[in-house]
Design a protein around this ligand. Structure first.
Ligand code: GLU
Length: 500
């Protein structure tokens, strides 16, 4: 890739949560900029006021910051433009739309909604006929508007404007010919102008549409590479035309493949979480999500099996050329595995701090019975076994509050026999006399008891686990007992024998 002054941007619309696909777009834009010591910008595309959701901008900013994708220019940060929020840049778009009108590259359209609806209906009808194999008029364009106002006389336009008729401004798209997009991921993509609509660039509320605003902004913000989802590929001919009309050089384009469910359907809410915030809330570490998303579409090279990448490694190794063009599978199991890798790498102190600061969990009030040292020991005990920090917290809760008479039935079926009650009763007696409730001593006491009872250690250890935390899957039973202490351990054993 040519090493020019690389400037990339992430340009989300604040319509709610930040989709993981959006976060991936931001990541690839960030990586490319950082690789070439360039700048990564955040621009808020809020020109569709009807879709705006309160708090969405703050959410985008917080999520990017959580993910470590800090932008160099954007809301709250100065740069070459005064504002990076489109609703604060309206006069700029108006001026440019005016320029296109004067040049004859755009026109006022006074068509009523009623008329537009009729056109849409008849287009749909024609399309249905064509798909069904009927002979239609033969020139169905796929583009919506019939260009009714494209050739209105100056007088007509002025008369309409003076009488205060509502209008939009549309760009003129050539009636024939083709455009070639040189996409960095897909190579040459050729699109016929016939399927491109005379796109509205200024709406009747005076706001620009995304198309005009994005082109003007990408130019003014000196964006060198536009990286975005493949759903924007069909819009690119319009954008290239706008660059041409304005006499500007177009940036490079890279359209990323869709994120797919394992069954290759489009990643959707119905099949799982799609909001980056949900992954944060469920206790995925940003390093893991970022590492995972980097691999959703990009790979380090043929035959290179590495899967764990720090952000610096990603910056060093990322290249657009290695982004595939077919859909990228969002494999949750891989994300969970990676999350486990990053959790294990962290110290228990760091994990505790992260849970407190980022997940907003207060250990002091929630686990009043356990001091910091115990909590840290517990985290150490559990962190190798969990895939998410939510899972870790759930385990800690179970440990701190006990099973509350809810025991895993499968574990009971497997480990509880008609003799178990007696075994546990003997254990309670031994524990009552035990002053030294520490790991090593408990290990020897329990082993001796198992021997005396003539059973295997596991046949005693598993019922203890179930008594203490309701399930047989847990870290070492001696550690659990030591951390819980004598009184609480005996209480839980007593509760357990009540129900068996
Ligand atoms: N605002 C568009 C979106 O929400 C951005 C498209 C682009 O990056 O050009 O996806």
């Amino acid at each position: 890739m040519e090493n020019k002054n690389v400037r990339t941007r992430f340009a989300p619309s604040p319509t709610g949560y930040l989709h993981v696909g959006g976060l991936r777009t931001a990541l690839y834009s960030y990586l490319l900029a950082k690789k070439y010591n360039g700048s990564f910008l955040l621009r808020i595309e809020d020109t569709d006021q009807t879709r705006e959701v309160k708090g969405a901008v703050e959410n985008i900013i917080n999520t990017l910051s959580w993910a470590g994708l800090n932008y160099d220019e954007g809301p709250g940060k100065s740069g070459i433009c005064e504002s990076y929020i489109q609703s604060e840049r309206l006069p700029i778009y108006k001026k440019h739309a005016q320029q296109l009108i004067e040049q004859g590259d755009a026109y006022y359209c006074f068509c009523t909604q009623e008329r537009l609806d009729k056109i849409r209906e008849s287009n749909e009808h024609e399309h249905a006929n064509l798909s069904a194999g009927h002979a239609g008029s033969g020139n169905f364009s796929g583009a919506g508007y019939d260009r009714h106002c494209r050739d209105l006389s100056k007088e007509e336009v002025n008369k309409n404007l003076e009488s205060g008729k509502s209008f939009v401004i549309r760009m003129k798209v050539p009636l024939e010919g083709q455009v070639t997009i040189n996409d960095l991921i897909r190579g040459q993509v050729i699109i016929d102008y016939k399927v491109v609509d005379d796109q509205v660039i200024i709406k009747s509320d005076g706001f620009p549409t995304y198309h005009l605003a994005a082109v003007v902004d990408d130019h003014q913000m000196k964006i060198s590479h536009v990286i975005r989802g493949e759903e924007w590929l069909p819009s690119t001919p319009k954008h290239l035309l706008l660059y041409k009309y304005f006499g500007w050089d177009a940036p490079e384009f890279a359209h990323l493949p869709l994120l797919l469910n394992p069954d290759r359907s489009k990643l959707s809410k119905r099949q799982g979480d799609v909001a980056a915030e949900d992954y944060r809330a469920k206790g995925y570490l940003p390093e893991a999500l970022i590492n995972f998303l980097a691999l959703c579409g990009w790979n380090p090279g043929d035959g290179d099996e590495r899967e764990v990448f720090s952000i610096q490694q990603l910056i060093d190794e990322f290249s657009i050329e290695r982004v595939g063009s077919s859909g990228a599978i969002f494999n949750l199991e891989k994300l969970q595995w990676l999350n486990g890798v990053y959790i294990r790498e962290k110290s228990s102190q760091d994990i505790k701090k992260y849970i407190e600061n980022t997940l907003g969990f207060d250990f002091k009030t929630n686990f009043a019975k356990f001091d910091d040292t115990k909590i840290l020991k517990l985290i150490d005990l559990y962190k190798d076994r969990v895939k998410t920090l939510q899972e870790l917290l759930d385990s800690l809760k179970l440990f701190c509050f006990g099973p509350n008479n809810i025991y895993n039935q499968e574990a009971i079926d497997k480990w509880v026999t008609s003799n178990t009650k007696n075994h546990v009763l003997s254990l309670i007696e031994v524990f009552k006399k035990e002053e030294n409730f520490t790991h090593d001593n408990l290990a020897s006491v329990i082993k001796t008891l198992a021997k005396d009872l003539g059973i295997k250690l596991v046949d005693l250890a598993q019922p203890i686990r179930i008594s203490l935390i309701g399930t047989s899957a847990s870290p070492g039973v001696f550690e659990l007992l030591e951390l819980l202490g004598k009184t609480e351990s005996i209480n839980r054993l007593n509760n357990f024998i009540e129900i068996i």
